[in-house]
Design a protein around this ligand. Structure first.
Ligand code: FAD
Length: 443
């Protein structure tokens, strides 16, 4: 069906609307190119226009326009997702939330925000009151809080607080439905899971309540090891040490440290490294642990010391992949729950340099476990799938980052809660069409 875009622009008068081809290209894409599989599938996808509402009333007008003319709508935060979460498969309107960036209030350990607030801005504001975000992705400088909840899962802080999906981390979400007139719903408690990690397929999040953590003075530190498994065991021990406060436990096997050019002087050639954030009160205890595991501390910056250039967390989580790819663009990655170090060791020994090991420890169900964002020296899609299969057959769980389909990238099962919610709030299937398998295959 042909749409008269000039008429649509007239309908949206008074709002910031972007139609310039260069801008449209930029605002249609994300970091899908980390995947050589997604690259050809998504490179040419474009929205027809981008609209950047400033308040909820404007969002409502966009929704009404989309429903009236049956135009697909894709919500976008900062566009830092890795699997094309915010890439419009069927064109239409891109709703960019970055001008809806108010921090409404911080009361005790709860923050209420608009979705487009930058994660770093919220964290800074919370710190002025003695609080901080429980967890954030390594893209915290650019990513939005709404995009993190719509398309992310966890990150720096997950070693203590688990993932976004864990009860108590995201307290409430206000959601606008894709109807004319739209409804405003409030989801609280477990109901938040309806929109958490749903790729914006079932409602527009217009406000969020997030639980905060007490703020600590975090020290960034690097420890290096001769043996990879010794570094991994050290990571597990630090993660399990209840008296040592940490926000980040990242372990990288050689040659990954060689990709961290700005950290070169702290990373001796051939060694394996641990990139850590620990509370300053835990630095002494950390020394003892380092000694126990035969590591060597090569860098330590306390919270008071000025930070030059990138901060240490910007080499961890998927920033590890970013730095590696800037040196060797043929590298890609996997996302893996290993659950224990035995599987890590088996995979490390089996794949060697074809799958350079990168671990991030996080808390799952009350236990600290190693997760992997291993690099992969990509050759063919068949080989990539073989690597994935080999992991899965041995008990590791891969959240495949080489698909834009919601369920296939996660636990590969249909989420009935999210589907039922979509049927209610987006009856015409206009929101980010093509991403939710449950919707595509319903009935
Ligand atoms: P976008 O990419 O713009 O959107 C993400 C999804 O959320 C889309 O499906 C979009 O439609 C939906 N969405 C956005 N706003 C709304 C809304 N208001 N209502 C409904 N749906 C909405 N992720 C992690 O979880 N942890 C990491 O440590 C991490 N590290 C990364 C490192 C690099 C180098 C890169 C490139 C990515 C990384 N990511 C990580 C992925 C991504 O950066 C984060 O998930 C980030 O929080 C996404 O925020 P964004 O604002 O860029 O969202």
């Amino acid at each position: 069906k042909s749409i008269n875009w000039d008429a649509i622009i007239t309908e949206l008068a008074g709002m910031e609307v972007i139609t310039n081809a260069n801008q449209l290209e930029k605002l249609s894409l994300d970091y899908y190119h980390f995947s050589p599989i997604l690259q050809p599938q998504l490179a040419n996808k474009r929205g027809n226009l981008v609209v950047r509402p400033k308040q909820e009333e404007e969002v409502k007008r966009v929704v009404q326009t989309c429903v009236r003319h049956q135009i697909p709508l894709t919500v976008r935060g900062a566009g830092t997702g890795n699997y094309g979460q915010c890439i419009p498969l069927e064109g239409g309107i891109i709703l960019d939330t970055t001008s809806m960036n108010a921090i409404r209030w911080i009361r005790g350990d709860v923050a209420c925000v608009e979705p487009g607030v930058k994660i770093i801005d919220l964290d800074r504001e919370a710190k002025t009151q003695g609080w901080e975000l429980r967890m954030y992705p390594s893209t915290y400088r650019s990513a939005t809080i709404g995009g993190f909840i719509g398309g992310g899962s966890g990150g720096i802080g997950s070693i203590t607080y688990g993932q976004l999906r864990d009860r108590g981390n995201v307290l409430a979400a206000k959601v606008m439905t894709m109807e004319d007139p739209p409804q405003r719903l409030e989801l609280r408690g477990d109901d938040v899971q309806k929109v958490n990690h749903a790729y914006g397929t079932n409602g527009i999040i217009t406000e969020l309540e997030i639980a905060l953590a007490p703020a600590y003075p975090w020290a960034d530190t690097i420890v290096v090891f001769d043996e990879f498994m010794q570094a991994a065991r050290f990571g597990q021990a630090l993660s399990d040490a209840d008296g040592l406060l940490k926000k980040l436990v990242c372990i990288c096997a050689d040659p990954i440290p060689s990709y961290f050019t700005p950290l070169k002087s702290h990373l001796p050639t051939g060694k394996h490294c641990a990139l850590l954030m620990v509370a300053e009160s835990s630095l002494e205890g950390l020394q003892d642990l380092i000694q126990e595991y035969g590591g060597e501390q090569t860098y330590c910056r306390t919270a008071q010391q000025p930070q030059k250039g990138l901060s240490l967390p910007e080499f961890t989580w998927n920033h590890t992949t970013l730095h590696a790819r800037s040196i060797d663009p043929t590298l890609t990655y996997l996302q893996t729950f290993f659950f224990n170090l035995e599987i890590v060791e088996e995979m490390y020994r089996h794949f060697g340099d074809e799958v350079p090991m990168h671990l991030e420890f996080l808390r799952v169900g009350g236990k600290a476990i190693p997760a992997g964002l291993q690099l992969v020296r990509f050759t063919t899609e068949e080989r990539l799938n073989e690597i994935i299969r080999y992991h899965e057959e041995r008990g590791a769980l891969i959240a495949n980052p080489h698909t834009y389909i919601l369920e296939d990238g996660g636990r590969k099962v249909i989420n009935p809660l999210q589907l039922a919610f979509k049927e209610k709030v987006d009856p015409n299937g206009l929101m980010n069409p093509g991403k939710m398998r449950a919707w595509l295959e319903r009935k």
